[in-house]
Design a binder for this molecule. Structure first.
Ligand code: GAP
Length: 435
């Protein structure tokens, strides 16, 4: 039973330390969020799961980490200075600004009555700042609106140093910034967010094949990490939705509580970006295929996902409420790879007699896994807390453990409990988690 209402997740995130409104002690900073002790672990797990699939488990991709600030030349050539804009309308009554495509039949998205909207105008979404101390001295710089340009401007460097040849991919995970006109829906649309992007360079004739391949591969990734297939769909863009660089895009969409929403776009960027940068920089950004004696500018297929809204989707899909021993509980049925903690070590009592053994076990497990240690409150309440934050396994150390050198492993989803020798605990945990 996934969450029906976004507030179920927003409240859980605040209550348990996943996500807080940013600068809350000053009343909050609109549509900005800070990731707390659990959220920062989970967001990292989302990104690491992406890197694991897209880089670690492939021999045709490499990872980079490029600069966030860029000079105007990059965004001039990429077309972002001229084209990366949303249609903005002003309300002459309430003085608010909206994205034109968020207004239905001239109705105010905030539900206000009597709003009157101006004609729309293009509003560039990039954040601009100044490098160095002097404003207006020609030192304008931009905060990247996508990580992708880092891959294009480093194409020649990576080609030379990694000895890859098309088809091959350059991947990156990192922050991007957009001055969104209407951010909202919790961490779905914010002005500062993290992207997980891959530019996959292919011989031009292989473009359609790889586009199909990546649409399917990316859909599969969400399913493998626990999102039910029926909560996902692939939606091809209409021609009037395409970005300035795209010859065809499909989105992987998730059924959010408010309807279908984009998690990721898979775009056919063709040779647009490499050609633009080659022309603007005067550098050669092509590939010479010695086997065929041909020189060509590779085509690019780009799977581009957002880490934050993907985390929201994983939380919404994992949310469940059930009844255990006649008691209602909330449980996050997160895939173990995504769960903030994999194991919680819980001594049955706070008494000094159990703590040394429990801490020793925690010390061993935490060499391999992110673990929690908790010795406060009744054991039932501690289980509920771990269920609510998605911890797949609890290891309970009780007084018998001192005699039989065994502990109890409790499963989050079934609440089943099994007794295992301490000497075999790590193997058992690894078998259950699958890693
Ligand atoms: N390089 C291509 C590109 O940036 P995009 O569809 O604009 O394509 C890719 O962005 C992904 O980044 C989106 O599918 C979404 O998951 C995420 N994203 C984009 N804007 C966002 C925002 N304002 N807040 C959170 N995530 C965002």
């Amino acid at each position: 039973m996934p969450a029906k209402d976004l507030d179920q997740i927003v409240n859980l995130c605040k209550r348990r330390g996943f996500v807080y409104p940013s600068a809350e002690i000053y009343g909050g900073f609109r549509s900005s969020y800070d990731y707390g002790p659990l959220g920062s672990l989970m967001l990292r797990n989302v990104k690491e799961s992406w890197i694991r699939t897209m880089v670690q488990q492939r021999d045709d991709t490499v990872l980079i980490d490029a600069a966030i600030l860029g000079p105007p030349q990059v965004f001039e050539a990429s077309g972002h200075l001229a084209n990366f804009s949303d249609p903005l309308v002003d309300c002459t009554v309430c003085n608010r600004r909206f994205r034109e495509d968020h207004i239905e039949e001239r109705d105010c998205p905030q539900g206000k009555k009597g709003c009157e909207f101006t004609e729309s105008r293009a509003f560039n979404l990039m954040f601009k700042t100044t490098a160095g101390p002097v404003e207006g001295s020609g030192a304008d710089v931009y905060m990247r609106p996508e990580t992708a340009q880092g891959m294009f401007v480093n194409f020649a460097n990576v080609l030379q140093t990694s000895r890859k040849r098309p088809p091959f991919g350059i991947a990156q995970v990192g922050k991007s910034f957009r001055n969104e006109i209407t951010p909202g829906n919790f961490i779905f649309r914010t002005r500062e967010f993290e992207q997980m992007e891959m530019e996959f360079f292919v011989p031009p004739a292989e473009g359609p094949k790889w586009y199909e391949y990546w649409c399917q591969a990316r859909l599969d990734w969400y399913v493998e990490l626990g999102i039910p297939r029926e909560m996902l769909r692939i939606r091809p863009h209409d021609a009037d939705e395409l970005s300035h660089y795209s010859a065809g895009t499909s989105d992987v969409e998730f059924m959010f509580p408010w309807g279908w929403g984009e998690l990721e776009g898979i775009a056919q960027r063709t040779d647009f970006d490499l050609t633009q940068h080659a022309n603007a920089s005067g550098q050669k950004l092509d590939f010479f295929d010695q086997a065929t004696n041909e020189r060509y500018i590779p085509y690019v297929i780009e799977p581009a996902a957002g880490a934050n809204r993907t985390m929201a989707a994983f939380l919404l899909a994992a949310y469940d409420e059930d009844v255990v021993n006649e008691e209602a509980r909330t449980v996050l049925r997160l895939h173990p790879r995504l769960a903030p903690y994999k194991v919680a070590v819980l001594p049955l009592s706070k008494k000094d007699t159990l703590s040394p053994l429990a801490r020793e076990i925690y010390g061993k497990l935490s060499q391999r896994y992110m673990c929690d240690y908790d010795e406060t409150q009744a054991i039932g309440r501690r289980y509920r807390r771990q269920d609510e934050i998605g911890t797949p396994l609890c290891v309970t150390v009780d007084f018998d453990s001192l005699e039989d050198n065994a502990v109890t492993i409790r499963h989050r989803d079934s609440t089943e409990q099994v007794r295992v020798p301490i000497a075999e605990l790590l193997d058992n945990v690894s078998n259950i988690l699958g890693f």
